[in-house]
Structure formats: structure tokens, C-alpha cells
Design a binder for this molecule. Structure first.
Ligand SMILES: CC(C)(COP(=O)(O)OP(=O)(O)OC[C@H]1O[C@@H](n2cnc3c(N)ncnc32)[C@H](O)[C@@H]1OP(=O)(O)O)[C@@H](O)C(=O)NCCC(=O)NCCS
Length: 260
């Protein structure tokens, strides 16, 4: 196994979150590429784990926390770590040490960059970005917001504790219409794909549905809304877990339209 930096040849692995087999993931690639191009200048780092046959098995992406959806300074923030776990495509490659090696490589990297620490987010449930996995790797909890936990590993006594920015704003309603609001950050091809699907679906409902898109990859927008990613149908954020399918989004919007 080896940990490598992103290169021309591995970009498509990264942009598709290693799920080149997934049509839904492909929906989100364009937005991811755009986000990557902007964030690269702001210090985004990407590392990939490759197995002995040359297959990319996992990835980690992190950037200065000042550009993330979390309050903090002189720290790096891990947007996500991901080892391919589906049977399709390159197969389930978890539990071979790739995740551990990626996290270690990111820690070594940010220490070299003289950052005060590495911050990760996780959920208290035993899947997705499981907070327990980070705890096993020496991370400690600094803040919690519902099921989402913020954890960190300090590399300096001078490090200030990071904290969640909490949800505040809700979309404005429009009488006689259903308002679909996409909060688009760009870091995740899965979420990007969901927003692209929502954009296609709203058109099918004609003038009964209004679509608004808000770009979240700046600090002011994050502070105003308190969240980075969202898909609101009127005031309800329907993005709660895994990105929603075309049919699910259509069903939710359709129900609202029928009640108009
Ligand atoms: C969390 C995650 C990164 C861990 O990656 P991983 O490669 O499976 O991690 P590791 O192999 O280093 O460690 C996992 C376990 O495998 C075990 N392991 C490591 N090498 C092993 C080997 N060669 N043989 C058997 N077991 C091994 C470890 O002991 C560890 O055990 P634990 O479950 O008790 O902690 C991965 O499960 C993942 O991607 N989860 C989903 C995260 C997600 O949703 N990300 C996207 C957010 S948008």
C-alpha cells in the first residue's frame, strides 16, 4: 500500500469519490471539480491510498479550517475520509488499514504545515463518518450538535478549540408556490448529485415550484445559514442522511405541490 498525492491520472477517482460505477455520483462531478479548483488555492489537500495492484482504495480531503463550515483558527479540517466499501466497482476495501494510513498521512502533513491540530467531524451512529473510529485514533470530542460530533487532535498547546456553527436561517416562503432551496457547498459529489437532481425535477412541476440555489463556499453564507449543505422544500431540510434519489426528491416535492 502507498499514500499518494492527487495527480491528473487519479482526479477522476477523487471527483467520483471512487464510485465511477455510480450514475448518481456522476451527477455531482462537475460541481466537485469546480469546488476543487477554487479550494486548491485556499490550501485544500487531498491524499489517496493505493493498494499493491495500483487501485485507489481510499481518500482524505482537508483544508484550513477557516474555509470550512466550522469555527476555528490555525487548524486543518477534514471534510471527509472515505475507503471504498461497496461490492460494486473496486469492491469493499475497508479493514485493510487504508483509513488508518490516510489519517496518519494527513496528520503528518498538517504537522509539517505547522498547523496547531487536525479537526474531524463524525456522527455518533456506527456508520458513515463514525466518531468512534476517530476516538480510537486518539481524537477527542470538542463540540456536539445533535448526532454530529466535532473531534480534534492537538499538535500545540496554543490550539484554540474549534466549534460548530449552528443552523439559523430558513428559506423564505412564497405564497402559492413550493420553494426548493439548494445550499450548495461543493465538497461532496454525492450531495452535489442530489442538488443536480433537484434542479432537474423542479422544472417538471412548471411554475408551481421555485428553485433557489445558494452558494455556501464562503464564510458569510455559512454564518448566515449555519449549515453548509441542504436541500429545503419550503422550510424543511429534506437532506438528513444519505443523498436522496431522483424518485424520493420528486415524491417529496410532488406531495407539497398537491397540497397547494
Ligand atoms: C472509517 C473508515 C475511513 C475506516 O477505513 P478502513 O480502511 O476500514 O480503516 P482501517 O482498516 O484502518 O481500520 C478499520 C478496522 O480494520 C482493522 N484492520 C486494519 N487493517 C487490517 C487488516 N490488514 N486486516 C484486518 N483488519 C484490519 C482495524 O483494526 C480497524 O478495526 P476497528 O474496526 O476495530 O477499528 C471507513 O470505514 C469508511 O470510509 N467509512 C465511511 C466513512 C464515510 O462515510 N465517509 C464519507 C463521508 S462523506
Amino acid at each position: 500500500m502507498e499514500i499518494i498525492d492527487l495527480s491528473e491520472g487519479t482526479r477522476i477517482d477523487y471527483f467520483t469519490c471512487l464510485e465511477e460505477w455510480s450514475e448518481e455520483m456522476k451527477d455531482g462531478v462537475c460541481r466537485k471539480e469546480c469546488w476543487y479548483n477554487g479550494m486548491r488555492e485556499k490550501g485544500l489537500r487531498v491524499k489517496l491510498a493505493r493498494n499493491d495492484s495500483g487501485t485507489v482504495a481510499g481518500m482524505i480531503q482537508y483544508a484550513p479550517i477557516e474555509h470550512s463550515w466550522v469555527e476555528g483558527k490555525n487548524l486543518y479540517f477534514v471534510y471527509c475520509i472515505w475507503v471504498h466499501g461497496h461490492k460494486k466497482g473496486r469492491g469493499d476495501l475497508r479493514k485493510h488499514g487504508f483509513g488508518t494510513a490516510l489519517l496518519q498521512a494527513a496528520e503528518d502533513d498538517v504537522k509539517r504545515l505547522q498547523s496547531n491540530g487536525l479537526v474531524v467531524w463524525g456522527v455518533i451512529l456506527p456508520f458513515y463518518m463514525h466518531a468512534g473510529w476517530f476516538k480510537k485514533h486518539g481524537y477527542s470530542k470538542v463540540d456536539r450538535n445533535g448526532i454530529r460530533v466535532l473531534l480534534w487532535k492537538r499538535f500545540s498547546d496554543e490550539a484554540d478549540r474549534p466549534r460548530w456553527i449552528r443552523a439559523k436561517k430558513k428559506p423564505e416562503l412564497v405564497p402559492g408556490k413550493v420553494v426548493v432551496t439548494a445550499l450548495a457547498y461543493g465538497w461532496c459529489s454525492g450531495i452535489n448529485g442530489m442538488l443536480e437532481r433537484a434542479k432537474k425535477i423542479y422544472i417538471e412541476f412548471g411554475d408551481k415550484v421555485i428553485f433557489r440555489e445558494i452558494y455556501m463556499s464562503n464564510r458569510e453564507a455559512i454564518r448566515e445559514w449555519g449549515i453548509s449543505d441542504g436541500l429545503f422544500v419550503d422550510e424543511r431540510n429534506i437532506y438528513k442522511g444519505p443523498p436522496l434519489s431522483y424518485n424520493k426528491i420528486k415524491e417529496i416535492i410532488g406531495k407539497k405541490v398537491r397540497k397547494l
